[in-house]
Design a binder for this molecule. Structure first.
Ligand SMILES: NC(=O)c1ccc[n+]([C@@H]2O[C@H](COP(=O)([O-])OP(=O)(O)OC[C@H]3O[C@@H](n4cnc5c(N)ncnc54)[C@H](OP(=O)(O)O)[C@@H]3O)[C@@H](O)[C@H]2O)c1
Length: 254
């Protein structure tokens, strides 16, 4: 653990760390001085990232968990406490997306998958992280989306799920701020990752559409999103509570 950086001395839990924004956050959080517990379902990806980070001299560990399952999240938080003795920062970032499918023909299974991962996943994480933070305080950052602020061209349950993440964030922030836990959300715009690459492959012309929709006409790199999460999780954001920070190249200003 280094003593320099935005997150110097912090013990962090990052869900959805096996790719995209979460993997970028693992690199950014380590660079900023945190020790990290990386969480997702694909152990081989987490293992490779953990080795990469250790190779750079950082302290990184991983544990596999499906965020939709409360018992697995509880175990992941326990492993974090076993390893570090405490939890200072949690980045609840795991999520699944889906290309736009007309609502009236969408299968219930897709609705369940999106809601169970994106909403119950954040619920499961906060439920088990908050007790681990109550004694010393902490910071939680949840990943919503521009789809949590406005309707975007993605599946309706995804939009509903990301609005719900903001509701959970605000409710928990109001409940726990006075007990030393700051809880906020980020709302990323279009960001290079497995999720969006899959979608762009299915929708010819979508990339041009996305680029043209933001005042800053490009797709973000995952590190650009992770930087905002690192700041919100740090003591430098000490008076930021229950906020949603868009990281979207201005996509939601119009
Ligand atoms: N990319 C964008 O344009 C964009 C925009 C706005 C918001 N977001 C949000 O950003 C977050 C990260 O997505 P990304 O863009 O980085 O996409 P990604 O590369 O597909 O990453 C998604 C991550 O979530 C994990 N995950 C999915 N289901 C999980 C489950 N049930 N349990 C545990 N982990 C699970 C995946 O790991 P495993 O498969 O190994 O479990 C992976 O690490 C998501 O919440 C997404 O909704 C993305």
């Amino acid at each position: 653990m280094t003593q320099q950086g935005l997150l110097a001395g912090k013990c962090a839990f990052i869900s959805g760390a096996s790719s995209g924004i979460g993997a970028a956050a693992a690199r950014v959080f380590c660079r900023e001085g945190a020790v990290v517990m990386l969480v997702a379902r694909r152990g081989e990806k987490l293992d490779a990232l953990t080795r990469e980070l250790r190779g750079k001299g950082y302290e990184a560990h991983y544990t596999t968990a499906d965020v939709a399952r409360g018992a697995e999240v509880a175990e992941a938080v326990d492993r974090t406490l076993d390893r570090f003795g405490r939890l200072d920062v949690a980045f609840n970032n795991a999520g699944v997306g889906a290309a736009q499918v007309p609502l009236h023909v969408m299968e219930d299974e897709l609705y369940d998958l999106i809601m169970d991962t994106n909403v119950r996943g954040v619920w499961n994480c906060m439920r088990h992280q908050i007790p681990a933070m109550l004694a010393r305080g902490g910071a939680i950052v949840n990943t919503s989306s521009t789809a949590g602020l406005v309707a975007t061209p993605v599946a309706a349950p995804y939009i509903a799920s990301k609005h719900a993440v903001l509701g959970l964030t605000k409710a928990a922030a109001a409940e726990y701020a006075s007990r030393g836990i700051r809880i906020n959300a980020i709302a990323p715009g279009s960001t290079r990752s497995e999720m969006i690459d899959d979608w762009l492959e299915q929708e010819p012309g979508a990339e041009e559409l996305l680029r043209g929709a933001a005042p800053l006409p490009r797709i973000a790199e995952p590190e650009e999103i992770a930087e905002a999460a690192a700041w919100l999780g740090s003591d430098r954001a000490s008076f930021v509570v229950g906020a949603t920070v868009p990281v979207d190249g201005g996509w939601t200003v119009r």
